[in-house]
Design a protein around this ligand. Structure first.
Ligand code: ADP
Ligand code: MG
Length: 755
């Protein structure tokens, strides 16, 4: 008998165990049995050979059509070529031999069917597998095995060049024969309620299904494991967080918040009202709020944050607002200052009676300004402190930190959240996280599972329409000319324009893709530092690997500016902004643009999130196919924020009909950020989605897909929450406790590996 924790050696034999460890990093029975088949072949049904792609590692079922042997020209030895067929297409299998290959010729007989595994390549126009592994069906071991399974479905495993699908299948069979599961991680009550089979049955069912129905039942059960164990961990985390105490910050009828609401020049949207009310209630509790506020660019999250901060100040605490970049911190400082007016001018002429003060703390402050900001924070005279990572440093202290607001969560890790929390002294501060990358609910529940979620689904009234067009620069060079004309026209009307490039350019080290492109031959460099984050993923964007190789480096800000300034945009005031500029220079440029003394800003994605210049109406995105869908949507949200309609032009050289073009067409076709974020997620691997927050090389999610399994995840979350409420330490659930422990250990190991 073997349990899931047992090492593989004694179960599958030392040689196979070694190979599984080396090729696939599988070391225990459980790890092997969770290496699930990628798909199933119907026994006897041939693989569609036309669907194979170069470079793929494949296992195909096919019939041998012909075999020939010829002498090699330049060396001694022979080449045996077997042509296999699926009835329509053909595939060559080539074997090189030092001598004659009689023995091989004898078994590879026309008419014989088999499984063939190898990497697909094309040689002299013919699709081939060079030196494939094979196992013939209807003979020897395969025959015995087929009878033994009495199954129609042959599992096809993710394999590598060092191990074949059927070698894996052999080891799996041995492990299943000895398998003994005594502690099912899913409690019987939950299995009953949701119609789930036991773990051992499920593992047998997924590896050796009698039919597809069998495999589906197994899959459903195993998906539950993945969702449930993760949700149990998250439920425990939420519970632990609630166990901390926090100082309640209640609303006051005569406070700053009440005064702010009275002065607010617009009405809150229904969504803002609702989210605001939830937050207000949670701030008044004696344990810390942990809430994620998500909403489209421009949906008005900042106002909600300001109201929360004022409530905390009214309640005797301080609030910090952590922004991902210097530009955004400064902008928040200015715009919140403007929004609060006299309410933030304590001690100044014209300041309101109960007024507080704002402080700004960023890395680029001069020594004197920095000292003053630190003092304002430590003494408590600044009720609201706004800043960047600089806020996380040890010498930053607060008199009474009550609320941490984190803008654009995806740029900060959990550790940074914790670093800030610790500045609150005894109790813990309330935490509000804001993100403009709309995330489907299940992803939010999984990636940000220890946070409660509020969502703003509408934009404030009066927001301008934005029209988006794809500009096919390769097919229609005229359209690109027209683009710059259009920019000039906008400027003539007194409007402003962003032109965004994926890269900075200049002295970046030349990358492998370097070459004399029309942008001056600068190398392909890393995207702008400020541009990293969920929804970015540039460079790993969809688009086959073959597409990637031959690509020229993406267009660079410095090159584009150099081309436009003396040429198409000679008559406008142009400035350049990117993450490599010194911080004060960045601030100067951004201020100049915000103030209207710059017409066209050629920039990287530093303008991505949160930047607000209402007079900017046009956004030109160069090499738009190099950006992620969500990121394009966020960039587009920079325009149409004032009283004029927005225009977004997606310039691309991607061919019509290509995947890249389809993504751009999708962005042009809708302004619905949730729709686009789903599209974005569908095109990424699940692990990448989780990777942003969970950092997992070996994702624990193998079968579960966050988008397709929404219902299941919701059910698992509810079941997990109930169970953890009833049995927080999992004392009565040994199998579950073991599974939870194993997952935590894996996450921990990966975290350490990373650090
Ligand atoms: P985001 O969610 O992108 O952070 P902001 O909070 O920056 O959005 O809001 C964008 C703009 O809309 C700001 O100028 C803000 O003052 C304004 N705004 C916010 N809420 C409303 C509302 N209910 N009605 C009208 N304008 C609003
Ligand atoms: Mg914002």
């Amino acid at each position: 008998m073997a349990s899931l924790q047992d090492p593989l050696g004694p179960v599958v034999g030392a040689k196979a165990a070694k190979r599984l460890a080396a090729a696939l990093d599988l070391r225990t029975v459980g790890e092997l049995l969770r290496h699930y088949p990628r798909r199933y072949e119907n026994r006897g049904e041939l693989t569609d050979l036309a669907s194979l792609r170069d470079g793929e590692d494949v296992t195909v079922q096919a019939e041998i059509a012909s075999v020939s042997v010829r002498k090699m020209r330049n060396r001694p030895g022979t080449i045996l070529e077997a042509v296999v067929t699926d009835g329509r297409g053909r595939l060559s299998l080539t074997f090189f031999g030092r001598g004659r290959q009689d023995w091989r010729e004898k078994v590879l007989q026309p008419g014989v069917r088999g499984l063939f595994a190898g990497q697909v390549s094309t040689f002299q126009g013919k699709r081939q597998l060079s030196h494939p592994d094979y196992e013939l069906l209807g003979s020897g071991a395969a025959m015995i095995r087929a009878a033994e399974y009495a199954a129609e479905l042959i599992p096809v495993y993710p394999a590598t060049k060092d191990i074949t699908s059927w070698q894996i299948a052999d080891s799996v069979r041995m492990a299943l024969d000895l398998l003994d599961v005594d502690d099912d991680p899913l409690p019987p009550a939950i299995r009953d309620r949701h119609g789930l089979i036991g773990l051992a049955d499920a593992l047998r069912g997924i590896h050796r299904p009698a039919d597809h129905h069998d495999a589906e039942r197994a899959k459903k059960r195993l998906k539950w494991d993945e969702a449930f164990v993760l949700q149990v961990i998250l439920a425990q985390r939420r519970r632990a967080a609630i166990a901390f105490s926090a100082t309640p910050r209640r609303q006051r009828p005569d406070g700053l918040l009440a005064e702010f609401d009275r002065r607010l020049p617009f009405e809150l949207t229904v969504g803002q009202e609702l989210a605001g009310a939830t937050i207000a209630d949670e701030l008044a509790l004696d344990h810390p709020m942990h809430r994620l506020l998500q909403g489209e660019v421009g949906s008005g999250k900042t106002v909600i944050a300001v109201r929360a901060m004022l409530q905390v100040v009214d309640g005797g605490g301080q609030a910090v607002l952590l922004a991902p970049t210097e530009v955004l911190a400064q902008q928040h400082y200015r715009s919140i200052g403007a929004l609060l007016g006299p309410l933030a001018q304590a001690g100044q002429l014209g300041g309101a009676d109960q007024a507080t003060r704002l402080a700004l703390l960023t890395g680029s402050l001069g020594a004197a300004a920095r000292r003053k900001a630190l003092l304002d924070a430590a003494s408590g005279s600044a009720g609201i402190v706004i800043g960047t990572h600089a806020l996380l440093q040890e010498n930053v202290q607060f008199a009474e930190l009550g609320l941490v607001v984190i803008d654009e969560q995806h740029r900060f890790g959990v550790e940074q959240r914790d670093a800030l929390r610790e500045k609150a002294g005894d109790g813990r501060p309330h935490v509000l996280v804001m993100t403009a990358t709309p995330i489907p609910r299940t992803v939010a529940m999984t990636v940000f599972g220890d946070l409660e979620v509020s969502t703003l689904t509408e934009l404030p009234a009066g927001r301008q329409a934005i029209s988006t067009h794809v500009v096919p620069a390769a097919e229609r060079p005229r359209y690109l000319e027209r683009t710059w004309q259009r920019v000039t026209e906008e400027v003539a009307k007194g409007r402003q324009v962003y032109a965004v490039c994926p890269r900075i350019g200049g002295d970046e080290p030349a990358g492998p893709g370097a070459g004399p492109g029309h942008n001056g031959g600068a190398g392909r460099g890393r995207p702008d530092d400020d541009a990293a984050g969920l929804g970015t993923g540039d460079g790993q964007q969809p688009g086959g690997p073959e597409e990637d190789e031959a690509r020229r480096p993406p267009l660079a800000v410095l090159d584009l500016a150099a081309e436009l300034a003396p040429g198409p945009l000679a008559d406008v005031r142009l400035a350049v902004l990117h993450g490599r500029l010194p911080p004060d220079e960045k601030d100067r440029v951004m201020l100049a643009f915000a103030g209207g003394s710059v017409d066209v800003l050629v920039t990287t994605t530093v303008v991505e999130v949160g930047v607000d210049v209402p007079n900017a109406t046009t956004m030109v995105i160069m090499d738009a196919d190099r950006f992620g869908v969500s990121q394009l949507h966020q960039l587009r949200g920079r325009v149409g924020r004032g009283s004029h309609e927005g225009l977004c032009l997606l310039v691309t050289e991607a061919e019509a009909g290509s995947q890249a073009r389809q993504r751009l067409d999708a962005v042009a076709a809708t302004l619905d950020g949730f729709k686009l974020s789903r599209l974005d997620l569908e095109q990424r691997r699940e692990g990448d989605v989780l990777g942003a927050a969970q950092a997992g090389r070996k994702s624990s999610l193998k079968l579960l897909t966050l988008l397709a399994d929404e219902d299941l995840i919701g059910l698992a979350r509810r079941a997990a929450t109930d169970l953890v409420d009833a049995d927080p330490a999992l004392a009565d659930h040994r199998g579950l406790a073991a599974a939870v422990g194993a997952l935590l250990e894996q996450q921990q190991a990966e975290f350490l590996e990373k650090a």
